[in-house]
Design a protein around this ligand. Structure first.
Ligand code: NAP
Length: 438
């Protein structure tokens, strides 16, 4: 029988994820110890209410409301409370008392990540956060370790299961946004207050973490451009399907050269966009997540799976626990976050992409020429144009134009849309959607 060194594990939080982590650790402790090369002793679990019912159950003697006391003397602290405080203060206390820390808290990392990584580097501790993006999907370690020898060009990701579930239902069952959201709430995919998901805040937090790792640059949450899905209509989803696209809430980060200044930088953004039905991300259905990476040498890679769920996310947390325990056994300082590139974040106005614009226009001779001239006057080149459905009856005839553009800057596109809105032949600008993944 091998005698392992014993490591003391403190768990903060026993909700959806924490209770599963505690249960798996208690059940599979010996097996995990063999993999880690160290005994993993769960010394306590901090919660708000020690009498609350938990599934799976946790032995009563392990539960405490004194998180600060629990941290003292722990070798590894697992933070699964969520929220900014007291999670931030407790993690800093844990780091400063010599513990390694594991967290799944994307909100905290996106907001205070730089401070926490600095604190860990100062004392040679390590912060692990595989569960913070994509739930069960291994994506942090592949980006930080496996792709450390490559150059990432771009990441397109579906990192919010709630919005993917809603858009998928709109696409596959012709549901309106409101009814798809109601179904998501009923099935437990959306929270009672869905703002963080449907307005893109959750995805923005995750893309700030992915972009920081992929481009070796600290990308603060405030630098991420964000639009949610609340303006997506069933008409847009229908039109997209007919044109060979699907609408997804995409979290995007890429390395770009600013067309105006020539400066190399990073863009990080979240918005609903059209992607071709042939793109691998188009096949991500329901509440699943996927991260599609375009790297210089590796080419295209896709990581796919359950983006949330207590048990699924516990898998990522326990993977971090085994890594942290191995590091303790070997000794030496933790590996600091790599921010050596320190690239500037480019504003959305300087980002180039393609667009699909739907217009209602007067159905008269010469209208197409007016529209085409207007686009080219603003440096936006038209790639495709389809016209349909003239109006009838006494009302003056109208036609619907769907215009696909070549790559153009956001600034040029915004100026084009403003000009369209004030042009006499244009009845309305029905929708503007970006096109990604071509
Ligand atoms: P949760 O179900 O709300 O559980 C939070 C736990 O923390 C509860 O046990 C709660 O105690 C405890 N807690 C909260 N504030 C506390 C305080 N001040 N002092 C002591 N204990 C406190 O959260 P979750 O869904 O497990 O998520 C945990 C973390 O994992 C979050 O950062 C989340 O973003 C992240 N994450 C979650 C998922 C997922 O699928 N759920 C996926 C990826 C990442 P009581 O039980 O007594 O109230």
């Amino acid at each position: 029988m091998i005698e392992y060194r014993n490591l003391r594990i403190a768990l903060l939080g026993a909700g959806n994820v924490g209770a599963q982590v505690a249960s798996l650790l208690l059940e599979h402790g010996d097996e995990l110890a063999s993999r880690a090369g160290a005994g993993l002793e769960l010394v306590g679990v901090a919660v708000r209410n020690v009498d609350a019912e938990r599934t799976p159950t946790i032995p009563r003697h392990l539960l405490t409301t004194d998180a600060e006391q629990l941290i003292l003397g722990a070798d590894i602290v697992i933070e699964l409370m969520g929220g900014l405080e007291p999670a931030r203060t407790l993690i800093l206390q844990a780091i400063n008392s010599g513990a390694d820390v594991i967290t799944g808290n994307k909100a905290l990392l996106a907001t205070h990540g730089a401070e926490l990584f600095d604190a860990a580097e100062q004392v040679g501790a390590q912060l692990y956060y595989e569960a913070a993006v994509g739930g069960a999907i291994p994506i942090i370690r592949p980006l930080r370790d496996s792709l450390a020898g490559d150059r990432v060009k771009r990441i397109l990701a579906i990192v919010n299961g709630t919005t993917n579930f809603i858009l998928d239902l709109m696409d596959r069952e012709d549901a309106s946004l409101e009814s798809a959201l109601a179904t998501a709430t009923e099935l437990g995919y959306a929270e009672a207050d869905p703002t963080a998901d449907i307005e893109g805040y959750d995805a923005a937090q995750k893309v700030s973490i992915l972009a920081s790792l992929a481009f070796h640059t600290n990308i603060p949450l405030e630098a991420v451009y964000r639009e949610g899905i609340t303006k997506v209509t069933i008409e847009q989803v229908d039109a997209a399907r007919k044109a060979g696209y699907v609408v997804k809430l995409l979290a995007i980060c890429e390395r770009l050269t600013d067309g105006e200044t020539g400066i190399d930088g990073v863009s990080a953004r979240v918005y609903p966009a059209l992607i071709p039905v042939t793109h691998p991300l188009a096949a991500v259905h329901g509440a699943n997540n996927a991260v599609f990476i375009e790297a210089e040498a590796a080419g295209n890679l896709m990581f796919y799976g359950a983006g949330a769920g207590g048990l699924q996310t516990a898998s990522a947390v326990l993977g971090d626990l085994v890594s942290a325990a191995r590091r303790h056994v070997i000794g030496g300082p933790g590996v600091a976050e790599s921010t050596h590139a320190n690239l500037p974040v480019l504003p959305i106005a300087h980002v180039t992409t393609r667009y699909q614009i739907t217009l209602e226009v007067e159905d008269q001779p010469g209208v197409l020429a007016v529209i085409a001239t207007l686009f080219s006057a603003h440096n936006v080149s038209v790639e495709t144009l389809t016209q349909s459905a003239a109006g009838s009856g006494d009302a003056p005839a109208t036609a619907t134009l769907v215009i696909g553009t070549h790559e153009a800057t956001e600034a040029a596109l915004a100026a084009t849309v403003t000009a369209l809105e004030t042009n006499q032949v244009v009845r309305s600008v029905v929708s503007v959607l970006r096109v990604e993944g071509l």
